[in-house]
Design a protein around this ligand. Sequence first.
Ligand code: NAP
Length: 258
Amino acid sequence: MVWTNQVALITGASRSIGREIALLLARRGAAICVNYAERTDAAEQVANEIEAAGGRAMTAGADVANFASVEAMVEQATARLGPVTILVNNAGVLYQATLETLNHKQFDRMRRINVDGIIHTTRAVMAGMRTRRYGRIINLTSIAAIGATLPGNAFYAATKAEAAILTRRFAMELGSEGVTVNVVAPGFIRTDMTQQRRHGLEWLFIEMHVRERTIMGRIGEPGEVANAVVFLAAPETAWITAQTLVVDGGRMDYLAYS
Ligand code: NAP
């Protein structure tokens, strides 16, 4: 495995799944750009941890919904670490809503992060990847996009379904130039996103709900998603593109015909 000279930009790497992806890619030998939105301290902790273990890392605050910020971040990463060879579009938000409670402003913001964010970062790195005829792009969607039935996630699911089809179309556009583009679709993972606003009994209830509908009988951990991302980011994974790797412990509650 030749992981030297690999530079990975991971969006939303200050916490949870993104953090684990950053740490694992660093352990493989990639230099890491730790992107975040607001939590500078958390991002710096991830970079410090990588450097303390002998790796190379930097932090970059940028809202992925803003193309100018994303372009500036890619320029900084290239100048400090070298050309980006691995892009992991992990940053995402979840605003729960039903048909009754839908808030259009929130839905629009969620789309701008979960969908436009992927478009912005891909456009910002693709010229360099094309020139070097090498690149790995991994987008995080969700099993919600392919029919998992946790209530309250319909509009989030729509943003992730959009991200999934964009992945396959981008794979078509970039494949002949040596760039693979794939999706990792996690099930229910113990992160800040799933734990926010769910306290005490509510958390125990949701955990039990998911456990009962999962072949492996438990919820997932961030590192388990990171393993799948690192597989698709590897130099050897050159013949896998436009694919969705589901990491859900074997969830059994999918809508019919999804
Ligand atoms: P999380 O715990 O909420 O962490 C979100 C990360 O994204 C943070 O690092 C945050 O930065 C960053 N972020 C948020 N908005 C951003 C923006 N506009 N620009 C740049 N960074 C931004 O999320 P998670 O649970 O780890 O989820 C990671 C990804 O997996 C998401 O795409 C999510 O949709 C997907 N996913 C998660 C689950 C699950 O069960 N957790 C299941 C399926 C899919 P700050 O720290 O600065 O706020």
